[in-house]
Design a protein around this ligand. Structure first.
Ligand SMILES: [Zn+2]
Length: 106
């Protein structure tokens, strides 16, 4: 069973820094997990994303999953978490939760 709500591999920020030094191909990006399809969607530094849009009327971000996942969810900026992910996944804008390492501040 996954350790809901934060599945995947746990890294402390301390160990993440080490990973980052050893392995530069794993950039850190802010993302949010869709519980339905277990996919992490990333928000780019410019705030633009194919799947995440800021809804001004609600003051929240809206995540529209890629088909066949029908999920549309709203989340607040504070729900974004830092993930270490391959450059490829970052370029795609999303990655399977198994491909990501969530960074946890202890
Ligand atoms: Zn989904």
């Amino acid at each position: 069973m996954n350790a809901w709500p934060f599945p995947g591999t746990f890294l402390t920020l301390e160990s993440a820094r080490k990973v980052r030094c050893d392995n530069l191909i794993m950039p850190i990006s802010m993302g949010v997990l869709c519980e339905t399809c277990r996919t992490v969607y990333f928000i780019s530094r410019s705030g633009k994303s194919a799947n995440i849009h800021y809804d001004r009327t609600r003051g929240e971000f809206r995540l529209s999953c890629i088909p066949p996942c029908p999920a549309v969810s709203y989340f607040h900026r504070t729900m974004l978490r830092p993930y270490s992910v391959s450059a490829e996944g970052l370029l795609r804008g999303h990655a399977d939760v198994a491909e990501c390492h969530m960074l946890v501040e202890l």
